[in-house]
Design a binder for this molecule. Structure first.
Ligand code: ZN
Length: 235
């Protein structure tokens, strides 16, 4: 498999290529925490990315999902099988991940949701037991300096991860960064766009310079000021 260099974000924080959304790797003293799992079929890419950093799938202790959408969570069952990692997700999406509740279709428009249903359901890799249902403000079990921030809107249990020592925020799909511009999540696949904007306002309480996105290049400086401009413009 062609090796794609991981992108360094901050000390011990790297983004790895995957199918679908990117995976962020956080390196701690005892192992690696992955944020999101990528879409189905991403295990080889994630393994190659970790090896390029002198690590391996065996070092992965925990996988935290930013939300249940298949481009972020579809590879979870295979990744857990390949790593024996524990799984953390916001409490509100634990029942979707462990299979007790069906995954709501990401498309908000009911007609589009109906048309895409047979296809979307194939993108999920099967139920996985959730070891840590997270609440707003929780520190990660294996990485105490990383905090889970509940940012509902894109989905009801969307999480951002805040790495305070490196002033870095990992936002999943809570924000987009297209063509050098920061924007709210795509309305077509966002459960509640008004709530999503309120969550972005909440993030302004944090001190950060860098944002990592699920699908776009990182914003490497003055990220909080850019978010402040976006919130003011939308208010
Ligand atoms: Zn999403």
């Amino acid at each position: 498999m062609k090796l794609v260099r991981p992108v360094r974000i901050a000390p011990g924080v790297y983004q790895l290529r995957a199918i679908g959304a990117k995976v962020t790797a956080l390196f701690g003293e005892d192992g690696v925490v992955l944020v999101d799992s990528g879409g189905r079929g991403s295990v080889g890419l994630i393994s190659a990315g970790l090896r390029a950093l002198g690590s391996s799938l065996e070092m992965v202790r925990l996988i935290v999902l930013t939300h249940y959408h298949p481009d972020h969570a579809g590879n979870l069952s295979k990744l857990v099988a390949a790593t024996s990692a524990k799984v953390a997700v916001h409490r509100q999406e634990a029942a979707i991940i462990n299979g007790d509740e069906p995954a709501p279709n990401p498309y908000r428009h009911s007609l589009v949701a109906g048309l895409t249903k047979p296809f979307i359901n194939k993108l999920y890799g099967g139920p996985v037991a959730v070891d840590y249902p997270l609440e707003d403000g929780d520190s990660l079990p294996d990485l105490g300096h990383v905090q889970a921030i509940h940012t509902p809107g894109h989905t009801s249990g969307s999480l951002c991860l805040y790495v305070a020592p490196h002033k870095t925020l990992i936002v999943g799909d809570a924000l987009r960064h297209r063509f050098g511009r920061l924007g709210p999540p795509a309305a077509s696949v966002t459960r509640d766009p008004v709530e999503a904007m309120k969550s972005l306002e909440k993030l302004l309480a944090l001190d950060f310079d860098i944002i990592c996105f699920g699908h776009y290049p990182p914003l490497r400086k003055d990220a909080r000021a850019a978010l402040q401009r976006l919130v003011q413009k939308s208010g």
